[in-house]
Design a protein. Structure first.
Ligand SMILES: [Zn+2]
Length: 310
């Protein structure tokens, strides 16, 4: 395996990457929170869950550390004397790959990250509905699953997007299929807690908060939090909105629930003026390092805008 210096030297031999690195490096006073989900040795093609390879993740971490500074998420918006842009790494959901594949890369490069967890294993809950959906589609085919759920869709992604807005149909997914790999083990997360990496809260049942009434919203922000806090021996103070969706009402509720910052998926860069309860995050997804570098450079210079609920 290449070390960080060798990896970056190899990458920067490519002229478009040199240009992208210069543009990104000039984004003084700007920061970017990056979002990842599953990081696997061999990403599953066609999976609903955003998945990238360990090699891609490692190359992106090395690149970010070469053009800027990777800092703890809670300090991303702090004024910095550094002339280089700042980055924070975040990972969402209760996935085995966090400790198995992500943590070793972070430790190898000596950089911090924050994991937004639901703590589902503390409640005997298994896989999320979209993992069960993937399993059901693999076992029974898309058409049959659409018929069983009463939700028409041309692709698995389209079905997942429709279900994200339909809490009743999400619960029907549970009845569709016994998810063989659905159990979540406490052992998957122990190394994260012991590593000193940041842990934030992501809600137990992962509903899109903008679909909930005020009472449901308040409940979602507390259900499962105490159990996760007990396991961590500390209360999580950072929050990531399920499905990244939030507006002013959700931001106020998260603040009232005692969190100190909350994160969307608005893809906006972060500055000193960013709303601390609607901080954007960008998920690069599967791509080449060249495309990643170009998009990063462009996004770092984009205006910072609050998003509206939808
Ligand atoms: Zn999530």
């Amino acid at each position: 395996m290449l070390g960080r210096k060798q990896l970056v030297q190899r990458v920067l031999k490519v002229p478009p990457l040199q240009a992208a690195a210069r543009i990104a490096g000039a984004a003084r006073g700007r920061g970017m929170a990056l979002l990842y989900h599953q990081v696997l040795p061999e990403p599953r093609p066609g999976s609903i869950t955003p998945t990238i390879s360990v090699d891609q993740f490692e190359a992106e971490i090395a690149y970010l550390a070469s053009v800027g500074q990777i800092v703890p998420l809670e300090t991303l918006h702090h004024p910095s004397p550094s002339t280089r842009p700042r980055f924070a790494i975040t990972l969402d959901d209760d996935y085995k790959s966090h400790a198995e594949h992500v943590l070793p890369v972070l430790q190898r490069h000596n950089v911090p990250a924050t994991f937004f967890l639901s703590g589902r294993w503390l409640h005997g809950l298994g896989a999320y509905w979209w993992e069960k959906l993937e399993d059901a589609i693999a076992a029974r085919g898309l058409d049959e699953v659409c018929l069983a759920l009463g939700v028409p869709a041309g692709t698995a992604d389209e079905l997942a997007i429709r279900l994200e807005r339909d809490l009743a149909a999400q619960s029907r997914v549970e009845e569709l299929c016994d998810f063989a790999g659905g159990s979540i083990s406490e052992d998957w997360f122990k190394p994260l807690f012991e590593s000193g990496m940041g842990i934030g809260f992501h809600t137990l049942h992962h509903p899109r908060l903008t679909l909930l009434d005020d009472e449901g919203l308040e409940q979602a922000l507390s259900l499962g939090l105490a159990e996760l806090a007990e396991t961590m021996a500390a209360r999580p103070f950072l929050f990531a909105y399920p499905h990244g969706r939030a507006g002013r009402r959700e931001a106020s509720a998260v603040q009232d629930a005692g969190f100190t910052a909350a994160f969307t998926t608005s893809k906006d860069p972060v500055g000193a003026d960013s709303d601390r309860y609607l901080v954007g995050r960008w998920e690069p997804g599967a791509s080449t390092l060249r495309d990643f570098a170009a998009e990063l450079a462009w996004r770092l210079h984009a205006p910072i805008q609050p998003i509206s609920a939808n």
